[in-house]
Write a protein of this length. Sequence first.
Length: 345
Amino acid sequence: MPDLTNTTWIYDVIYQLVFQVTTAITAPLRSTSDIYWVYLVSALIIGIFVALRHKEMDNGESSGFWNHFQSKYLSKNTWGHPSALLDMRYYVVNAVVFPLLFAPLALQSQTVVNFLNTWYSSFFEGASTHFFATSSVEEIVFKVIYTLLFFVAYDGGRFIAHSLLHDVEWLWEFHKIHHSAEVLTPFTAFRVHPIDLMVMGIFPAFTTGVVTWLFHVFVSQEIGFYTLLNLHVFICLFNFIDNIRHWNVWVTYPAPVNKWFISPAHHQLHHSADQAHWGCNRGFELAIWDRLYKTILTPSNTEQKIEFGLGDENPLNWRSLGQLYLNPFKNLANSVLQKQRISKR
Ligand SMILES: [Zn+2]
Ligand SMILES: [Zn+2]
């Protein structure tokens, strides 16, 4: 029986709450965060460039540049919209809920590596590993290959997870939370149900775990990837532009680059309420997965006016924290009850 007279657990809970909220609020100061201030500033600079180009093309407008920038990209209609304000509240609350209740259950890449190591050594005990003698030149070559393959595995794993979230009926109920956003700001990236986050974690953990294990077996246990600002170098580089995915700044790449990489505008089309766009552009950085899966929809170079949201549901059903957390369970229970009723007829 736990000793209920012992109240130290209350202090532990309070400490954890304060710690997680502080971690969430100070995220812009940490280089491993998606909203590290450097990445926010780079998004702002890109936004200003886009606005300058837009202004150049829009000769009829007489107001100053800042007025134009503010009214189009920092407007109250977007940043003060109930959906955007809910994203900010959800960001803080989920920063407590997810690490405390769900993160301990999440699959880690290292767990996959450890499992495969145990499996391999039980079959090939004493077998010679590290087939490639590593001279310093080979070390660099393998480090480059590992850096590339790790990224491809990570991005591919995320695509598989995101695709399942769209195609599997009960998983879609959880992913709907992200798509219920009516306006996009960088905080929308965090409007993700804990179950969605778990699914989004499992697949890249598995794919990167397999790649890492293969390199451990065949190359070296010490292999690592190149890093920048404490992150995988490519993940860091994409972070400089990724906050624009959830912001109404229309950024596409030149046609040949657009074929290989998912631009922020690709992801904005992914959020479109228009049925013709549903389920398109599920990738994160590489466009190859969507091209193979035939879900690619290339955005036009000129800005497309997009209405964001689910399209087939009342947005008022997605306006509170309770609705974001509980709607999936409510909807799933309703659909089970409905199916039971139909089968009894
Ligand atoms: Zn999104
Ligand atoms: Zn999606």
